[in-house]
Design a protein around this ligand. Structure first.
Ligand code: PEP
Ligand code: CO
Length: 463
């Protein structure tokens, strides 16, 4: 971060994955309007998240990053936000139980609208149109009108993000997230499933522990942590006109913060070290994520680390690897060794979604549950062998009963994908699959905890 950096500097750099707006005047007007709208989050909150991320890099807490692949205007409904939050709450209870660690929730909500695409255009029935790039840019319908980038969509996305955040804040601090409500979070359709039953066992244990604590005088009135959850927001920093307009100087630190979310990440397709997106993120004081895909070389990764975290601050930079279940064993050990030997402070998150996408025999973009799980398991195993710390996981998931990823305990087959395939972009874990994934991740965390405890015992015994 240099003092000379300005939020507009990206405009002079090469850029990919952003729309060409036909009406430049309309774009300028929208940018001006956004610049005068209130920030969605505060710099102080982002600093708090960085502190938690720093703790996570030392194994003192664990981060669960999750939510939609792409939020949409059509799905905007309070129940939808509440249901996603419910699954995040349930997953974090399961993880807390497994790891005996506080779990920080980092949502992909309240700004996750813009999408990078593999192809700039889409062809259907002999017609070619711009690809859909997320509701903040254009519409999903396959018509000229819908696919034309419209800057006014940024205002709508801002307003939707503001309402989403408002509800998330109300739910996370207003009693809904109180651990005493742990039984209420089980979604109706998950309730009777094996995952729902397993969840109820944990919920019963929590209720019992809370009664015991209550008897000792510890309750949600005396300990606010019981009634409030730690929830932060994140999204991909892709549409830089929007991100720039929400970037403000923090009066306390004098630094630039992008106040559209607490954490911003750069995607695997826009991480060119000389490009606009990296330039933009390098100047922000927010915690930053960098997606690390199988085509990123170690040398380029090191350069990106130096550019994004020149002061080697803890909690500042999170590497979100998305290598694929077939590449992770080949690539991750070298990455971990090199970055450790160079003394770089980074957080390691596993995104087991983005390099495990395939086409089903029924022609749906899908992700097999077993491959997602495989990547998570290998990620934990490799970190264990390299003696490095897993600080978080990153899932695309929803609280809805969708059929987008195959497999899991529900055994969703290729033929079943069409039943409730609702995503605008990538296939997400449904609520039952997300819980199942949380149970399996919790087991991996538990193994690490048990190993550490037995190492400690051995040290004590040998002294
Ligand atoms: C995403 O997280 O939705 C995404 C597009 O990821 P990646 O940049 O890793 O492909
Ligand atoms: Co995605």
């Amino acid at each position: 971060m240099t003092n000379k950096w300005k939020p507009t500097d990206w405009r002079k750099k090469p850029i990919v994955q952003v729309p060409e707006y036909p009406d430049k005047k309309a774009l300028e007007n929208v940018e001006k309007t956004l610049k005068n709208l209130p920030p969605l989050v505060s710099a102080g909150e982002s600093r708090k998240l960085q502190q938690y991320l720093s703790d996570a890099s030392e194994g003192k807490c664990f981060v669960l990053q999750g939510g939609d692949c792409a939020e949409s205007f059509a799905d905007f409904h309070p129940n939808y936000i509440r249901d996603t939050l419910r699954v995040l709450l349930q997953m974090s209870v399961i993880l807390t139980f497994g790891a005996s660690l506080p779990v920080i929730k980092l949502s992909r909500l309240g700004g996750q609208f813009a999408k990078p695409r593999s192809e700039p255009t889409e062809k259907k029935d002999g017609k070619e149109l711009d690809s859909y790039r997320g509701d903040i840019i254009n519409g999903l319908d396959f018509t000229d009108e819908a696919r034309t980038p419209d800057p006014n969509r940024m205002i709508r996305a801002y307003n939707q993000s503001a309402s989403t955040l408002n509800l998330l804040r109300a739910l996370s601090q207003g009693g809904y997230a109180d651990l005493n409500q742990v039984h209420r979070w089980n979604l109706g359709f998950v309730d009777k499933s094996p995952q729902g039953e397993k969840y109820k066992e944990i919920a019963n244990q929590i209720t019992e522990s809370l009664s015991f604590m209550e008897a000792c005088g510890i309750n949600s009135d005396t300990v606010p942590e019981i009634r409030e959850m730690k929830l932060f927001t994140s999204h991909e920093s892709l549409l830089l006109s929007y991100e720039e307009a929400l970037t403000r100087i923090d009066s306390t630190s004098g630094k630039w913060y992008d106040c559209s979310a607490h954490m911003l990440w750069v995607g695997d397709r826009t991480r060119d070290i000389n490009g606009a997106h990296i330039n933009f993120l390098s100047g922000l004081a927010n915690p930053i994520g960098l997606k690390v895909g199988p085509t990123l070389s170690i040398d380029d990764l090191l350069k990106l680390i130096d550019k994004l975290n020149p002061e080697n601050e803890k909690g500042r930079l999170t590497l979100i690897t998305r290598l694929g279940h077939e590449n992770v064993s080949k690539m991750l050990p070298q990455l971990l060794k090199k970055i450790k030997s160079e003394g770089k402070n980074v957080n390691w998150f596993c995104d087991p979604m983005h390099a495990n996408t395939i086409k089903s025999s029924t022609n749906y973009k899908t992700r097999p549950f077993k491959n997602i799980l495989k990547e998570v398991e290998l990620f934990f195993d490799i970190h264990k062998s390299e003696n490095t710390i897993v600080s978080g996981v990153h899932f695309e998931m929803t609280g809805q009963e969708v059929t987008e990823c195959t497999g899991g305990a529900q055994e969703i087959s290729d033929e079943k994908l069409g039943d409730r395939y609702r995503t605008h972009c990538d296939p997400r874990l449904n609520a039952s699959q997300a819980l199942e994934m949380a149970f399996l991740t919790a087991e991996a965390l538990k193994k690490i905890r048990e190993e550490k405890n037995s190492q400690k015992k051995n040290i004590i015994a040998n002294n």
